[in-house]
Design a protein around this ligand. Sequence first.
Ligand code: GUN
Length: 288
Amino acid sequence: MTARIIDGKLIASELRARVAAEVVRVKRENGLTPGLAVVLVGSDPASQVYVRSKHKQTQEAGMASFEHVLPADVAQDDLLALIAKLNRDPAVHGILVQLPLPKSLHTETIINAIDPAKDVDGLHPSNAGRLAGGFAALSPCTPLGCIILTKSVHASLAGLNAIVIGRSNLVGRPLVQLLLNENATVTIAHSRSRDLPKLCARADLVYAAVGKPEMVRGDWIKPGATVIDVGINRLPALEGKTRLVGDVAFAEALAVAGAITPVPGGVGQMTVACLLVNTLRAACAIHG
Ligand code: GUN
């Protein structure tokens, strides 16, 4: 059996088109232009790539995009002052502070300073708590993307066995909550979990979000399972070209799974598309 490849690129572009159409409507009917502010501290090359992509896609969706680039040695109070200003700015409906932040800054303090109504990353404790309580919340973008990709395969996740490998605040933990809200049965695995292959073997849905290249092997996968690979790992250059691989050994898993996301072209594309969804939602909620 060869798995169906889940086309994240296509699903993300359809989602962006739906957001753009909705932006046209809220502009026409409510005179509202959703606005997203992205704050980048320092000059980490990977973060610069993400931020550029967010800026471009926000504008393409017809939204206002505000970019703030601060030096790596910015004082925490100056960053907090910028966030306070963005919280008050009526043209800004979504605020995203690109992570990771330089070590000199206290990430939790920075995230807690964002108005929860504008927290399009879904990382503020108020949104994380609401999500955990099963209430409506702005939810982190990558996990939202994972759910949308899963639903392109399964109309309902109710009763399915899911395993989430990884427990980060950005992906693993919120993904667990979203899956619970979809009535899946969820196992949370991490670096201390025993016998991962055995835990995986029971799962109808496998989410790999550990940041370890090709850690999940084909013979861990239950035949026919859906595999969502969140990892994006840059391997050293082979013949001058860097190779991007996920957390799943793709070729092995392809032969066993029912459906699988590729890297690149899977989850990665969904994160920014879901950021646009969250910005639109935040704008409509704030506007009332
Ligand atoms: N860095 C990598 N992914 C993300 C994300 O989804 N949000 C933020 N703020 N930073 C990131």
